[in-house]
Design a protein around this ligand. Structure first.
Ligand code: C2E
Ligand code: CA
Ligand code: CA
Ligand code: CA
Length: 278
């Protein structure tokens, strides 16, 4: 395989950048990674700011290669999307997340929900509704305990194919959140048509709230908009208590960030859950 790698590299060296060759080889590795069980789902808690209770967790995929190194999701998710393999990876994440959330609830954390990131590619074959149904049923997780996170860019296209699937999954009782809000588009028309329950304020706005930039007025405006649209606001990237105080004052509902925990393995998360309330 090493020989092959070098060979491929030489062929493309003239016409393509080193970066492209690395991408091609990573794409090939991605397929094997799923089979070789190199992926793991980590969890990051979400906190209800007013009550300080844990209300859920976001599932975040981790890829640890056999040499022990971690590949950041921001590096491999776009590649997995362009090669289509994200459909299989995403389905696997969904099943893992539903199983683990059912486990938390069985361990006594009965109010817990889990949030799973979706890629636009997962809408392509029209099987998503069925996959969600199966992932819930096989572990007996109520639909209300699952939230699917979609980015603005996926909603803006207004593709009827995607809209229909979202409506069907929504009708099942599954919740939707708008992810990375504020980073995508300025056309907000989709907010009226899309029945999300939560909106996640991108961490780039939250992390600089205390700074000189105009991020605090922006966060305030987003939270006001959530209020008038009947959406709960979730702040991402909460790293200190000062930010929690400011978010609470602005009426933000939930937070997620390194202040409470980074994303950790399911075992570590269960320990974290039992420690947190004490
Ligand atoms: P995201 O959905 O916006 O996830 C939040 C990212 O912010 C995570 O990065 C998380 O570790 C990081 N984060 C959380 N709290 C803090 C904080 O307080 N400070 C800072 N600086 N960062 C914080 P991560 O895990 O590297 O994931 C990156 C992106 O990869 C995610 O962004 C999401 O778009 C994508 N991703 C992760 N897992 C999946 C997956 O299973 N499927 C899909 N389609 N995408 C995924
Ligand atoms: Ca997310
Ligand atoms: Ca996000
Ligand atoms: Ca992101």
């Amino acid at each position: 395989a090493k020989e092959d790698g070098r060979h491929v590299y030489r062929i493309y060296d003239d016409s393509m950048s080193k970066a492209s060759a690395a991408k091609l080889s990573m794409m090939a590795d991605l397929r094997e990674a799923l089979v070789n069980k190199e992926f793991q789902v980590y969890y990051q808690p979400q906190i209800d700011l007013a009550s300080r209770q844990v209300c859920g967790a976001e599932a975040l995929i981790r890829w640890q290669r056999r040499d022990g190194s971690f590949v950041p999701p921001d590096e491999f998710i776009p590649l997995a999307e362009s090669s289509g393999i994200i459909a299989d990876i995403g389905c696997w994440v969904l099943r893992e997340a539903c199983r683990d959330c059912a486990g938390w609830r069985q361990a006594g954390f009965t109010h817990m929900s889990v949030s799973v990131n979706l890629s636009y590619v997962q809408f392509r074959d029209g099987e998503l509704e069925c996959r969600v149904r199966k992932a819930l049923d096989r572990v007996g997780l109520p639909a209300q305990a699952l939230e699917l996170e979609l980015t603005e860019s996926m909603l803006i296209g207004e593709s009827p194919h995607i809209q229909k699937q979202i409506a069907a999954i929504r009708a099942m009782g599954v919740n939707f959140a708008i992810d990375d809000f504020g980073t995508g588009y300025s056309n907000l028309g989709y907010l009226r048509r899309f029945s999300a329950t939560r909106l996640k304020i991108d961490k780039s706005f939250v992390m600089d709230m205390g700074g000189a930039a105009k991020d605090k007025p922006l966060v305030r405006a987003i939270i006001q908009m959530c209020d008038s649209l009947g959406l709960e606001a979730v702040a991402e990237g909460v790293e200190d208590n000062e930010t929690v105080r400011e978010l609470l004052a602005l009426g933000c509902h939930q937070g997620q960030g390194y202040l409470w925990s980074k994303a950790i393995t399911n075992d570590a998360f269960l320990c974290w859950l039992s420690e947190y309330g004490k």
